[in-house]
Design a protein around this ligand. Structure first.
Ligand code: PLP
Length: 387
């Protein structure tokens, strides 16, 4: 049976060119980038080359980048590190109701230790209103954290405008750009952010490595205590193969991004157009145009997303019902509830995300298979009456 991977937002395959670049650093070039001998210096140079590659891609300075273990660590570092560093100034943080758990959970943790968190709601397309952010800012607000694009419904937020407002009030601004770096243009100066999180496995790099952009001069406490790597801002031996992989993945995105935006949005738009033609009572979730080039998310009435996922899996097609981290939970996704879906409709949702190696033929096969799966499941559903 042929297998088709349509779950790129959960994680993307590592590009073979990335793997090739990393390989040397596992055996032939084993140095610790903090060591003074030539092995160490060779590793250090590779780490710094990657830092420069990433910095120039997001229009930052190399010294404004620290490497981390991924998006979760970068987000935790910002939330907890800024809260701790600025607790004398204020205890109020603003975020949105549709953040990834890697932001919302550190917020809940801070709430338990006396911080006040304001969760800004979104409209039916998943957009945060800059005006709502403006109204929520108080004298004791120390940080605003709003994601660049949502991992489930793909909606892209007006970060530039929100950033202008937040910076205008002298408050730090963070964006979780895990779903956007490598997929759409990301420029830390245009976006007006002080902190930005990213993760290599979402843009064809290895899993377990990411980075945090920290605007020069920003006050933030370190998250990992130990050695003085990253100029004392993040302890632990440099993950040289991972960091080299991240740099190579960025180099490839620099070359491919423009054409991939075109090809992936064509596949996306084909699905958005054709799915409702073959399946009655289906609803697109997320903004119709302000959305990631590779994301389709829709709710199919009267059936469960999990049943669709498993039936498609039996046909060799991998999709998702929500974010990768929540798809094992029985609660409907907080993102789908936040855009106003009722529990039943939220439960009937499917996320399809394409990537570098998705072909027209694969989408064709998916579009042929899905209506059959839906028809079979609806025939078994006590809720469905054929019109
Ligand atoms: C928006 C967003 N933020 C953060 C994360 C966590 O990133 P990582 O898996 O690198 O810890 C993810 C992963 O799904 C994500 O989609």
């Amino acid at each position: 049976m042929k297998r088709i991977y349509l779950d790129y937002a959960a994680t993307a395959p590592c590009d073979p060119k990335v793997l090739e670049a990393m390989e040397l650093f596992f055996f032939d070039k084993p140095g610790n980038a903090s060591s003074m001998h030539s092995y160490g210096q060779e590793a250090k140079k590779a780490v710094e080359d990657s830092r420069e590659e990433l910095a120039s891609f997001i229009n930052a300075q190399p010294q404004e980048i620290i490497f981390t273990s991924g998006g979760t660590e970068s987000n935790n570092n910002v939330l907890l590190g800024v809260a701790e560093s600025l607790k004398e100034k204020g205890n109020h943080i603003i975020t949105s109701s549709i953040e990834h758990h890697a932001v919302s959970e550190p917020c809940s943790y801070l709430e338990k230790s006396g911080f006040e968190i304001t969760y800004i709601g979104v409209d039916k397309d998943g957009l945060v209103s800059p005006e709502d952010v403006k109204k929520a800012i108080k004298d004791k607000t120390i940080l605003v954290s709003i994601m660049h694009a949502n991992n489930e419904i793909g909606t892209i937020q007006p970060i530039e405008e929100i950033g202008r407002i937040v910076k205008g009030r002298g408050v730090y601004f963070h964006t979780d750009a895990v779903q956007t770096v490598g997929h759409i243009p990301v420029d830390v100066n245009n976006l007006n952010v002080d902190f930005l999180s990213l993760s290599a496995h979402k843009f064809y790099g290895p899993k377990g490595v990411g980075a945090l952009y920290i605007r020069k001069g920003s006050r933030i406490n370190r998250f990992l205590h130990g050695g003085d790597q990253e100029k004392g801002r993040r302890a632990s031996t440099y993950n040289t193969p991972g960091i080299v992989g991240l740099g190579k993945a960025i180099e490839l995105c620099r070359k491919n991004m423009e054409s991939e935006i075109k090809s992936q949005s064509a596949l996306r738009d084909r699905m958005i157009k054709e799915i409702p033609k073959f399946i009655p009572e289906v609803k697109l979730n997320g903004h119709p145009s302000l959305r990631l080039p590779n994301n389709v998310n829709f709710s199919v009435k009267y059936i469960e997303g999990e049943s669709m996922l498993l039936s498609l899996d039996m046909l060799g097609i991998a999709v998702s019902t929500g974010s990768a981290c929540t798809s094992s939970s029985l609660e409907p996704s907080h993102v789908l509830l936040a855009i106003g879906l009722d529990h039943a409709t939220a439960h009937g949702s499917l996320r399809v995300t394409v990537g570098r190696w998705t072909t027209e033929g694969e989408i064709e096969y998916f579009l042929e298979s899905l209506p059959k799966v839906v028809e079979k499941l609806r025939a078994m559903s006590p809720l469905y009456e054929k019109k």
